[in-house]
Design a protein around this ligand. Structure first.
Ligand SMILES: Nc1ncnc2c1ncn2[C@@H]1O[C@H](COP(=O)(O)OP(=O)(O)OP(=O)(O)O)[C@@H](O)[C@H]1O
Ligand SMILES: [Mg+2]
Length: 202
């Protein structure tokens, strides 16, 4: 089944994006949808290189440079993966998109929400997800789930700010965003995820 649709998962580190995206991909394929699953940073060869820089290297990178590296990755992912998939008529499942830059570097990182939003509008050529599922969770719960904290995630105190940035964005655009309580079991969260997605696809 072909159905051009772009949905993204957003939420703080360890909220369950990869877990839910993988389950969703499988469930949609079982229902005969053509699905493309992408994630960032790292969905393309360029993205994988950028990811090693963003996550591991001690380059004393400024937050604005960080925004631009994420932006390069995102644009490459759009050109190489997302747009071709949408043109084929796939359902595209993304883990993180422009909203993460706005929340992390714009609001929590003080680059400025409006500035990052303007930059992202240029970087994406105005591509906006049809649906964004916000997996909302207290950072104290999600961080406890993870053991391999990377450079970005070590800024744990910022995650409360990021969480509330996402919630504010969701409240401002209720037609695009759905907030899902991600502090529950994988199955409970997934049941809400699938319901929200199928409601829009069928
Ligand atoms: N509902 C849940 N309950 C308990 N543990 C969970 C739940 N969902 C995911 N996990 C576990 O929490 C960890 C983080 O989950 P996952 O990798 O899916 O999050 P993520 O949002 O993709 O993280 P990141 O932001 O680092 O990409 C994993 O070990 C996963 O197995
Ligand atoms: Mg993940």
């Amino acid at each position: 089944m072909r159905r051009n649709f772009f949905l993204t998962f957003e939420g703080i580190d360890g909220c369950g994006k990869s877990t839910q995206a993988e389950r969703l991909k499988q469930a949609l394929m079982d229902r005969h949808f053509s699905v493309t699953h992408t994630f960032e940073p790292g969905g393309t060869a360029l993205g994988r290189k950028l990811r090693t820089i963003l996550v591991h290297d001690e380059l004393n990178m400024s937050l604005f440079s960080e925004v631009l590296l994420f932006a390069a990755d995102r644009r490459q992912d759009i050109d190489e993966v997302i747009n071709p998939a949408l043109q084929r008529g796939d359902v595209v499942i993304g883990e993180r998109f422009a909203d993460s830059s706005v929340a992390y570097q714009g609001v929590a990182g003080n680059v400025g929400q409006e500035r990052v939003e303007r930059l992202m509008d240029i970087v994406t050529s105005g591509l906006v997800p049809d649906l964004t599922l916000l997996l909302d969770i207290d950072p104290r719960i999600s961080l406890a789930r993870k053991t391999d904290l990377d450079r970005i995630e070590q800024r744990g105190t910022l995650l409360d700010t990021v969480r509330h940035a996402f919630l504010d964005m969701a409240a401002k655009q209720p037609e695009r965003w759905v907030v899902i309580d991600a502090a529950r079991s994988v199955d409970e969260v997934f049941s809400d995820v699938l319901e929200e997605v199928l409601q829009r696809l069928e």
